[in-house]
Design a protein. Sequence first.
Length: 153
Amino acid sequence: MALFSRLHDRRYCAFCKVLRRVYVKKHVDVTNVVGAILFSTSLAYTVWGEPDPRGLVIFCLFIVGSEFFVYARWRTAIKCKMCGFDPILYKKSQALASLRVREFFNEQVENPEFWLTKSPLLRVQKGIRQNEKKAIEMQIMARRSSLPQSKSP
Ligand SMILES: [Zn+2]
């Protein structure tokens, strides 16, 4: 357990290679434990007027709640907001991580706010739209060429 652990750091996404700022603090550190001791001791003195074993229970609940909060914050922040890639899920199942990125892509394509970001997925979506546009143009050209030529006056 470190005395002080760094809260933020800049990391590259392994999938879209975007540099982003993420929470890197994964567990509570010594300062959190000292804070919980001070908090539970002062609360025990305030409520019961003397050191009380119930203060130890408050301390344990506080530490468990802090650990849960810090870990949940780290876990949600580790997922890339630009592409939806989750490296923890990738370690467990590559297919599931791929599916999540695809779901994220399909959801965000409909989101107008996402089009204002610098996500590399937008390049992919622009390519898909250009291919669709070309396919429609080819269909129109094919129909025009198959129609009988009208006689000019
Ligand atoms: Zn990413």
